[in-house]
Design a protein around this ligand. Structure first.
Ligand code: SAM
Ligand code: SF4
Length: 366
């Protein structure tokens, strides 16, 4: 596999962020005992979704929380403000499908205006994006990640259990046209589903200034299609296929999660491979996760929620909330393997059974 200087690449990606308003009352940064600093938060703003991707949600949906069980707009903004005072500079809204939440444009606009925040991003399946794209651009959204797993209508319907490929393709073009500084496509690459489209997806980067990101399939699917093991395609394998197909491909700059990132000679965009399951990226983790039901999760593989929403609704002070974040990150394990092992010990079950209790990625936001 091609090597790159990770730090210089991340530096380049950070330098490209807007300046944002400075924080006037900063707090010490959020750090853990393994020397990591957390400056990026992913907030799931809703559990509902207008698709039913087979690897994410069951056909009938998951048991959604009542409306007042999710964080309100003011609670989200209070969280963002406190985290920004602790050094968080990048905020991503996810879900469920964040564009199903009616106040999403307002949430983005207020986040962008929060002192300390440099960039707000959104991860969406793209179906409703044409409706909100212009308003989101005007609100100051910096980046949009559009999830798309097949360029073939039949296969798209098979994977998402809904139609809409053309809408998603329209969204990608619209995002580029409107000049969003970061436009990325998230592809969950699975053997026997869409692995044969790897190169077709790479070819999207020929003329479009976008990053196509291949994400390893993770065991957070409601129906446990993961269980058979037959659909998993490893990051190393995907990198091998890409490097063989594009002789002379070079490494490029990207974010911390874009552990392998390339640019084919003469192409406008970039290609990234994200080892979400093999977890070679844990040492560089900078993420804070807030789930749709208002809990802090210090790792995707952890089963230990920290009850942010409950604390806020008990009338907590800013200091109490900051203390909860510090506790969550003080207790963060070295990597996802350790987090999963700890969860299995606490629940007195096998490590291999640990993610079965979670119905869907919609609760944690991917
Ligand atoms: N609905 C939005 C979307 O699909 O982009 C945002 C939420 S979705 C949970 C966020 C990301 O998680 C998507 O890119 C999706 O493909 C990814 N995802 C969901 N389930 C996954 C799984 N089991 N393994 C890997 N990625 C998954
Ligand atoms: Fe919905 Fe996104 Fe999950 Fe697909 S991956 S079901 S679009 S939340």
């Amino acid at each position: 596999m091609l090597n790159k200087s990770l730090d210089s690449n991340i530096q380049a990606a950070n330098d490209a962020m807007p300046a944002g308003k400075p924080v006037t009352n900063p707090l010490p940064p959020l750090q853990d005992r393994h020397g990591r600093t957390f400056d990026y938060v992913r907030i799931a703003v809703i559990e509902q979704c207008n698709l039913r991707c087979t690897y994410c949600m069951p056909e009938e949906g998951v048991q959604f929380k009542e409306k007042d069980m999710v964080l309100s707009t003011d609670e989200i903004l209070r969280t963002v403000e406190l985290l920004a005072r602790m050094g968080v500079r990048k905020v991503r809204f996810t879900g469920g499908e964040p564009l199903v939440r009616p106040d999403i444009v307002d949430i983005v606009a207020r986040t962008v205006a929060t002192p300390g925040v440099k960039a707000a991003h959104l991860t969406t399946n793209g179906l409703l994006f044409p409706k909100y794209a212009k308003a989101l651009r005007e609100a100051g959204l910096h980046g949009v990640n559009i999830s798309l797993d097949s360029l073939d209508e039949g296969k798209f319907e098979e994977i998402t259990r809904r139609s809409g490929l053309n809408k998603v393709l329209e969204s990608i073009d619209l995002a580029v046209e409107l000049g969003f500084p970061r436009v990325k496509i998230n592809v969950v690459l699975m053997r026997g589903f869409n692995e044969d489209e790897l190169i077709d997806f790479c070819e999207l980067t020929k003329d479009k200034p976008i990053t196509v990101r291949f994400i390893e399939f993770m065991p957070f699917d409601a129906h446990q299609i993961w269980e058979s093991g037959q659909h998993f395609a490893s990051a190393a394998d995907l990198c091998g296929q890409i490097e063989r197909r594009y002789p002379g491909i070079t490494t490029a700059s990207g974010t911390r999660t874009e552990h392998h990132i390339y640019q084919a000679p003469g192409y406008a965009g970039k290609i990234a491979v994200i080892p979400a399951f093999t977890r070679s990226l844990c040492g560089n983790c900078s993420r804070i996760r807030v789930t749709a039901d208002g809990n802090i999760m210090n790792c995707l593989y952890s089963e230990q929620p920290y009850h942010l929403k409950d604390l806020m609704r008990q009338g907590a002070s800013d200091d109490d909330i900051v203390a909860l974040f510090r506790q969550a990150y003080d207790e963060k394990y070295k990597d996802g393997f350790e987090a999963k092992k700890a969860a299995s010990i606490a629940a007195k079950i096998n490590v291999s059974d640990i993610n079965r209790s979670r119905a869907s990625m919609t609760q944690i936001g991917g």
